[in-house]
Write a protein that binds this ligand. Structure first.
Ligand code: PLP
Length: 425
């Protein structure tokens, strides 16, 4: 029996099925854009640990920072005694996030936890209860974050009741926000709007260019805060450090996680000083948030971005991906809409029907299987589960990128010629 199969059997006995796995593979090592599984098989990684490895697996600089800090002090809890990396990282993130005004930063351990804290801060600072969120949004799996999330199955089904005072409108149409404030909730009751500049789990959806400026204008008019969830779109993925920079909108609060610390659990809320500093002493925090090892990893990530010009690499990777995706759209009937900006790119898989193309989740599942057979890891997303997203490390070497894209192309050809898609989705 292979080591993968043996571990899978043990996993099935002891870990609940709800904790899903995209592919039945156990990884032994990761380096740059390559994974090696427990049976010694090499896999090109276009998933990046779900958008966490923008600097690549085990970047030597990050590993060195982690080793060094682990040898000095692993944990104190910032509420008990403080450590310098927390303060240094806060200073750096405050300088990096959009907005030329005094800011403050707070660290937590996961994206969901940072979203929850951003909401707590917004409610406290405004004294208002309501939060506005969007269709196709994903903000995490804890109770409040899940309540802000849109897709019902698998994220919400059976896990209610949900947090109150959450209002949801379609993404991309600021008129619907105005309508909401007339027909559903008074602007004086709304603490914040929370949005992803590019909806990640929702399918790499981008709104029309005037959407965020208009939304920000309405927020400003009514004293409503704008929370920018950059958990997936941030840390350079779109070619700017934060995706909201593409629309020139300055958020009041920015939420970061995933690629912030290259795989160590770290998230942040960064925002206007007067808002961040509103809650009373002891109102915010947690045992592990801003752990010094994770903060040192994040400081190393920021150095890697500067030294290796990763933002420029994200732009050129994005251009290469766009060219390739455009060619697939021209050449394959199973490829539908192309989505995203910079290197945050995705394509839909569709089933051509007499009434036009229909989303095909089954094709996405099959494509992931076919790619894995050929040594490439890809992920799906989207409301219909039919969108394939690109989240490879930003400095992926050209030969691995080319090999990975050629594998996808071969698999698209196989999907197109097979009669497998009878799912009627
Ligand atoms: N917000 C966005 C936009 C995300 O994409 C995610 C995770 O995918 C989260 C929040 C939740 O982050 P975490 O899984 O670290 O709790």
């Amino acid at each position: 029996m292979s080591r993968n199969k043996e571990l899978l059997a043990r996993r099935r006995e002891i870990v609940p099925r709800a904790v899903y796995n995209t592919v039945p593979v156990f990884i032994a090592t990761g380096s740059g854009s390559l994974l090696t599984d427990v049976d010694g098989r090499k896999i090109i990684d276009f998933a990046g640990g779900l958008g966490v490895l923008n600097v690549g697996h085990c970047h030597p600089k990050v590993v060195e920072a982690i080793r060094d800090q682990a040898g000095r002090c692993i944990h104190t809890c910032f509420h008990i005694t403080m450590t310098e990396p927390y303060v240094e990282l806060a200073e750096k993130l405050c300088a990096l996030t959009p907005g030329d005004f005094p800011k403050m930063a707070l660290f937590l351990s996961s994206g969901a936890e940072a979203v929850e804290n951003a909401v707590k801060i917004a409610r406290y600072a405004t004294g208002r209860p309501a939060i506005v969120t969007f269709e196709n949004a994903f903000h995490g799996r804890t109770l409040l974050a899940m309540s802000l999330t849109s897709k019902v199955k698998p994220y919400k089904y059976g896990f209610g009741p949900f947090a109150p005072e959450i209002y949801r409108i379609p993404f991309g149409d600021a008129d619907r926000f105005e309508d909401l404030l007339i027909n559903h909730v008074a602007p004086e009751s709304v603490a914040a709007v929370i949005a992803e500049p590019v909806q990640g789990e929702g399918g790499f959806l981008t709104p029309p260019p005037d959407f965020f400026p208009r939304l920000a204008e309405l927020c400003c008019e009514h004293g409503i805060l704008f929370i920018d969830d950059e958990v997936q779109s941030g840390m350079g993925r779109t070619g700017r450090m934060f995706a909201i920079e593409h629309s020139n909108v300055v958020p009041d609060l920015v939420v970061c996680a995933k690629s912030l610390a290259a795989g160590l659990p770290l998230s942040a809320v960064v925002g206007r000083r007067e808002i961040m500093d509103a809650p009373h002493v002891g109102g915010l925090g947690g045992t592990f948030g801003g752990n010094p090892v994770a903060c040192r990893a994040a400081l190393a990530v920021l150095e890697v971005f500067a030294e290796e010009r990763l933002l420029e690499k994200a732009v050129s990777l994005g251009a290469k991906l766009e060219r390739r995706l455009q060619a697939w759209k021209r050449n394959f009937k199973v490829v539908g809409e192309l989505r995203g900006i910079g290197s945050m790119r995705a394509f839909e898989l569709v089933k051509p029907t007499a009434d036009g193309p229909r989303p095909s989740k089954r094709s996405a599942i099959r494509l992931i299987e076919l790619c894995l057979e050929r040594g490439l890891l890809v992920l799906s997303c989207g409301a219909h589960g039919n969108t394939i997203r690109m989240l490879m490390p930003l400095a992926i070497p050209d030969d691995l990128l080319e090999r990975g894209l050629s594998i996808i192309e071969e698999c698209l050809r196989e999907l197109e010629t097979s009669k497998g898609d009878r799912d009627g989705e």
